[in-house]
Write a protein that binds this ligand. Structure first.
Ligand SMILES: *Cc1c(COP(=O)(O)O)cnc(C)c1O
Length: 390
């Protein structure tokens, strides 16, 4: 293609892409920033559209980068299929709406992530879906909430911020006995710590901006699970339009490659910090599944044999002074799972919409800080924290 064939306007629009060298392939996948795909003829298009020869077609239906991330996450969560989405909430919404329709009922843990709570408490009822909130660690309470139209039980494998651990195998058995599916938000654990599908869960969701990508640089979500459930979720997501960007899928793949190494470091460091803080006079209580004081300590050790991830919470005397003393070392940033340690304040962020009485009933006090322990050298983390405690 030269200037003798075409006008400059045409060359500018077409050149380069038509003859990409392909004797070798890039070792790392490139970012496919193309909104549409070209086919050599109608037969090839027909093969693609009919699903006989699946291939990328249009960005909203999924880029090659999204497909690569889906294959990786289905492998890591040990499920038949996966669907990536623009956010954790897009993935959770699509996964649940894949199963639920007007007249159906869903049961969830009252401690779920705030926006999941709002989705169930405020959005689903507008669609004619009934919701019940229970303590998912109390199996009798979950069973008592089951009705003839219950289609889903949705819980988190490790809750925010007190890190309770529901009995996923027992909840799966209960759901299946009543013809319902068990959906588990596995964001706080990651598949390096816990794989819900290995314990009977039918759907497993994540915000990939947390541990899966791990560097606070990529945004997206995923639902993993049985192929039939993921196909239903995919139809919902395509129509609601929650496609992940190629760049965020690609960035998540970069983070995912070190998930195993990072989670080993997060888990070891958090256990060490939990042990030290629980013996400090300025700390009245530490919440971490690896402490014998944790209400589900025995269950957590059975379900998570290789460590509990990087999250812990602590009730600290003079929390404002502690946060200030950590400035420039451990930042106050209301998310989690970065490679560097961060602090968050559930009273004033994730749980601020609740009344003071309701927050206290859930165990959320003004002095409770959630600490996302990073992969720094553990002695440095400990000396920063101990220095700030004085
Ligand atoms: C962050 C988070 C979500 C929501 O994910 P987004 O990507 O922010 O939409 C859902 N569940 C848990 C447990 C989370 O931490």
């Amino acid at each position: 293609m030269t200037h003798s064939d075409y006008d400059l306007t045409t060359l500018a629009a077409r050149s380069g892409e038509e003859a990409r060298p392909n004797a070798s392939v890039p070792l790392a996948e490139p970012i496919y920033q193309s909104t549409v795909y070209a086919y050599p003829d109608l037969d090839a298009l027909e093969e693609s559209m009919s699903g006989r020869q699946p291939s990328s077609f249009y960005y909203r239906n999924g880029t090659p980068n999204a497909g690569t991330l889906e294959r990786a996450l289905a492998v890591l969560e040990n499920t038949e299929a996966a669907l990536v989405a623009a956010s954790g909430m897009a993935a959770i919404s699509a996964a649940l709406l894949g199963v639920l329709k007007a007249g159906d009922h869903i049961i969830t843990d009252a401690r779920v992530y705030g926006v999941s709570y709002a989705l169930l408490a405020e959005e689903f009822p507008r669609l004619g879906i009934e919701t019940s909130f229970v303590d998912a660690c109390n199996l009798d309470e979950v069973e008592a909430a089951i009705k003839a139209n219950t289609k889903v039980i949705h819980v988190e494998s490790l809750t925010n911020p007190l890190l309770t651990v529901p009995d996923v195998p027992a909840l799966a058995e209960l759901a299946h006995r009543h013809g319902a599916v068990l959906s588990v938000d596995n964001t706080f654990a990651s598949p390096a710590v816990f794989r819900p599908a290995d314990h009977g869960a039918d759907l497993v969701t994540h915000s990939v901006s947390k541990y899966l990508s791990g560097h606070s640089t990529a945004f997206g979500g995923v639902a993993c699970g049985r192929a039939d459930l993921i196909a239903l979720a995919r139809t919902r997501l395509l129509r609601l339009g929650g496609t992940i960007s190629a760049f965020d899928a690609w960035m998540t793949m970069q983070g995912l490659k070190t998930l195993g190494l990072r989670m080993r470091a997060h888990s070891g460091n958090a256990q060490a910090v939990a042990d030290v803080l629980s013996n400090h006079p300025r700390v009245s209580r530490v919440y971490h599944p690896g402490l014998s004081s944790h209400p589900q300590f025995v269950r957590a050790a059975e379900l998570f044999p290789h460590g509990f991830g990087g999250m812990l919470s602590a009730d600290i005397d003079d929390a404002p002074g502690f946060v200030k003393a950590l400035a420039g070392k451990i930042p106050l940033a209301p998310s989690l799972a970065d490679v560097q340690s961060t602090l968050s304040w559930p009273w004033g962020t994730s749980h601020r919409a609740l009344s003071e009485q309701e927050r206290r009933r859930l165990g959320i006090t003004p002095g409770l800080l959630r600490i996302s322990i990073g992969i720094e050298d553990v002695n440095d983390i400990l000396s920063d924290l101990e220095g700030a405690l004085g």
